[in-house]
Design a protein around this ligand. Structure first.
Ligand code: SF4
Ligand code: SF3
Length: 541
């Protein structure tokens, strides 16, 4: 196996024996094969679009979920990947005979198989390292990882009946392009930026889907303690799953708690009407082994990040959507999108209430609509000098010790600075007592990682208010933490929006070759992190 798609990749170069995340070599190669056949299908759909054919939403959505399933910590169930490879081949074979000229199609579009043995054999020959030139490989993977992140966001929007066929068409064109040996490094750099542009479109779509369905996030205090009834813990990013769970648990005597990236659901008006929606339990994804243990009740994983569970709570762990764990019950949607969570609810009734691990409240809900409602106050604070600088610290959290940098950084920032956050990165500092500036909390949480879009909108609005030409003239610094591929699409989107000098940590991606890293450094001022002291000095210069 060879995988270097996430920040925790072994030795900061690549997982070759076993995934640090728990991915086995067999699973890794079957995920490689799924990406390969998805690229093949995308080459076919792209050729058909060029002939003027329309591609159905079903095919678009199928491709989206394929990519999403291969995101770090989404799916550890080998069988899912065999099944999806066969289904992808069947979809592709059905479309292939409509292509007028198949001679220009890549091998991935023409290859097919009918037995598991054939899949096993092929899977060892289609991994990342099959691209020999390290710069081409680096750019291809940068694009594919960005597309994986985008796919996750599109899937959530699709669940809420929001769609954008142009985004799907681009995703498939870009996937097909990663098979094209005639593209130069410069072509691939251009495609990388176009991926960022489409990332903005995808996040805008998801923002419209979430706010259009559940209302605009508003300032909310979220309880981090527990009640005395049994509970279900829901994690991941899928708000539609949460909605269905809240509806089905109402009046059953079972409470619902959020974990990790589901925390921001509390900020949406639509979910406030549920009195059994008690609060948020625990922290970011990587603490799940201890927190799922002490929660006592069932856990529903709607998306990444799930980690292979301990035997002690495995029978309480359920997956749905793109997630999967061998041996855990997976809840499927029916043809109308309905999911039946009754077995989770029945199990919850037999469980003890969650063990209290902390008490108190955290505050959030500072997505674009809420912050813009406070715009006058914010602008005045900037003009008067009460706020000297904003620090965008969005992104992911992770288990590496080096990430304590972000807690130390937040603590060391001067009192006249404000942190803008989104994603599970927030857990490194959202429970610190950092105070407020004239009533504006010093940590403004916009929501999930996809709500980084909100932070970009806020920056664009401030640029307009202060009548600046360039977003980089604003008193905003970007110190982003990344872990998995959703952070890659957030990063590419920010680059597309013209944001310069983004610092990325705790380490730079292993998939950036020295030459590709150089392009990012020279053109966008991308940098890693140093010591807290040096970095704060640098940012405040
Ligand atoms: Fe390694 Fe990350 Fe790939 Fe898992 S996802 S195998 S930890 S690089
Ligand atoms: Fe976290 Fe996985 Fe990335 Fe949505 S839950 S940000 S790491």
């Amino acid at each position: 196996m060879f995988c270097y798609q996430c920040q925790e990749t072994a030795g900061c170069t690549g997982c070759t024996q076993f995934g640090v995340c728990g991915k086995t070599p067999d699973l890794s190669r079957m995920q490689d094969l799924l990406v390969y056949v998805t690229k093949g299908l995308s080459a076919v759909t792209t050729a058909l679009r060029a002939q003027g054919e329309e591609i159905s939403a079903n095919v678009n959505h199928y491709i989206t979920i394929n990519l999403f399933s291969t995101i770090t910590n989404a799916n550890f169930d080998d069988e899912v990947f065999y099944k999806r490879v066969f289904e992808t081949l069947a979809l592709k074979n059905g479309l292939l005979n409509k292509v007028a000229d198949t001679s220009k199609l890549p091998e991935a579009a023409l290859w097919t198989a009918t037995t598991r043995d054939e899949l096993d054999q092929k899977s060892s020959t289609v991994g990342v390292l099959t691209t020999e030139n390290e710069d081409v490989r680096s750019l291809r993977e940068l694009i594919v990882y960005g597309l994986k992140g985008l796919a996750a966001y599109m899937k959530h929007a699709n669940e809420l009946s929001y769609d954008n066929a142009d985004v799907s068409a681009f995703m498939q064109k870009a996937l097909a392009a990663t098979l094209d040996d005639t593209l130069s490094v410069n072509d691939l750099i251009a495609l990388t930026l176009e991926t960022g542009k489409t990332g903005v479109d995808g996040m805008a779509l998801l923002d419209a889907a979430n706010t259009g369905t559940y209302g605009n996030p508003e300032i909310t205090k979220v309880n981090i303690g527990v009640g005395n009834r049994p509970g279900i813990l829901i994690s991941g990013h899928d708000l539609k799953d949460l909605e269905q769970l809240l509806e089905q648990t109402e009046g059953t005597g079972v409470d619902v708690y959020t974990h990790s990236e589901m925390l921001p659901a509390h900020y949406y008006p639509s979910f406030k009407k549920y009195s059994h929606f008690v609060g948020n339990y625990g922290n970011a994804w990587w603490k799940q082994k201890e927190e799922f243990e002490s929660f006592n009740g069932p856990i529903l994983m709607t998306t990444n990040c799930v980690v292979p569970p301990a035997a002690s709570y495995k029978n309480r762990l359920f997956t749905t959507g793109a997630t999967g764990i061998t041996g855990c019950v997976h809840i499927e949607r029916d043809e109308n999108g309905h999911k039946d969570f009754s077995q989770i609810i029945e199990l919850a009734k037999t469980c003890e209430a969650p063990k209290e691990i902390e008490k108190g409240e955290i505050i959030g809900g500072f997505a674009h609509n809420q912050v813009l409602a406070l715009a006058d106050k914010v602008v005045d604070a900037v003009k008067s000098g009460a706020i000297r600088k904003f620090f965008v610290m969005a992104g992911c959290d992770g288990r590496q010790k080096a990430r304590n940098y972000y807690t130390d950084f937040a603590k060391a920032l001067p009192q006249d600075t404000v942190i803008l956050t989104a994603g599970c990165a927030k857990y490194k500092y959202n429970k610190l007592e950092l105070g407020d500036i004239g009533g504006i909390p010093r940590v403004l949480d916009a929501g999930q990682c996809n709500d980084s879009y909100s932070l970009a909108l806020i920056a664009l609005k401030l640029k307009e208010v202060f009548e600046l030409q360039d977003i980089n003239e604003l008193p905003i610094a970007f110190n982003i933490a990344w872990y998995e591929q959703k952070a890659v699409i957030v990063l590419l989107s920010l680059l597309y929006l013209g944001v310069k000098n983004i610092h990325l940590g705790p380490t730079l991606p292993a998939f950036l070759s020295p030459n590709v890293a150089k392009v990012l450094v020279e053109n966008f001022g991308i940098a890693g992190i140093g010591t807290v002291e040096d970095d704060i000095k640098l940012f405040l210069e």
